[in-house]
Design a protein. Structure first.
Length: 299
């Protein structure tokens, strides 16, 4: 049974988009995934996104995705929301992944905008509706035009919000103006998908975060959202400013690369990357250490 949620916070407030640990030979490390999931929930995460981009979903098989959801559910499913990334640029494939995730026991679905084939807004509407129609699970949309090539327009978000199972949006659009209008008009639970904008998005109505830096600073993220909820603007701002070096350092290159490097530095399960992602250079690792230390991360 998933932790209690509310319509305002259907997946909690602080979630981390979890990396997928691999063994030295590049195989799925299920034991490592369970240990990492437990560590992240112990640190204060309300939920974990499994098989998202940060989980290297483009290079894991459908069978591996299912195994990973099962492992994470076994480790933390009684105390955290386990949300399965099921989005692809093929609606039928996405529906198949959604149904598998439901059978496995996932608590929710993350559906990214179809990438590369650049569908029009009507195509997005039908794609997300087909996913939401296919299971009984709550769905979080994932709007990231920098990767997908197509934004979800505000009007489309409003129409999608009419579906009883489309309950949230992960916003990585980087446009506070459009976010403000979409939050006001759609009523969707809004989650920041861009760590640098966590606090600004809270200020215009977001309820929480789906974070990458949560791998290393979850307690700070929880303190940030709690300060905001308490109306302590000064404290929230101080935490945001403290974390600026972490936000910068973790995205100097592709986020999965730096996250796995940071976890390795902390002695946590991560393992190698699958091509086309590659390891940090020695110089990049040295810079990451500087960035993390400047943000108070212990290595």
């Amino acid at each position: 049974m998933a932790p209690i949620s509310t319509p305002q916070t259907p997946f909690g407030r602080v979630l981390t988009a979890m990396v997928t640990p691999f063994t030295a030979d590049g195989a799925l490390d299920l034991d490592g995934a369970q240990r990492l999931a437990a560590h992240l929930v112990d640190a204060g995460n309300d939920g974990l996104i499994v098989n998202g981009t940060t989980g290297e979903s483009p290079t894991t098989s459908d069978a591996e995705k299912d195994q990973l959801v099962r492992a994470v559910l076994e480790a933390v499913g009684d105390r955290a929301h386990v949300v399965a990334g099921i989005g692809t640029n093929d609606t039928r494939h996405s529906v198949d992944l959604a149904r598998t995730a439901e059978r496995t026991g996932a608590h929710g679905l993350l559906a990214v905008t179809p990438y590369y084939n650049k569908p029009p807004q009507e195509g997005l509407l039908r794609h997300f509706t087909a996913i939401a129609d296919s299971t009984g699970l709550p769905v979080m949309l994932y709007d990231i035009p920098g990767r997908s090539g197509v934004p979800i327009d505000t009007e489309t978000l409003v129409r999608l919000a009419d579906h009883p199972r489309i309950v949230a949006n992960k916003d990585a659009k980087g446009d506070l103006g459009r976010a403000s209008w979409a939050i006001a008009q759609s009523g969707l639970a809004w989650y920041s998908g861009d760590d640098m904008l966590n606090l600004p998005l809270l200020s215009v109505g977001a309820v929480g975060f789906v974070s990458v830096v949560g791998h290393v600073v979850t307690p700070d993220l929880r303190a940030l959202v709690e300060a905001h909820l308490d109306g302590d603007v000064q404290k929230a701002t101080e935490i945001h400013q403290k974390l600026l070096p972490v936000f910068t350092g973790m995205f100097r290159t592709q986020g999965v690369i730096t996250t796995k490097a940071a976890l390795t530095l902390q002695g946590l399960p991560a393992g190698p990357l699958r091509l086309p992602l590659v390891e940090l250079t020695a110089q990049e690792t040295a810079q990451l250490k500087i960035d993390l230390a400047a943000g108070g991360v212990q290595l």
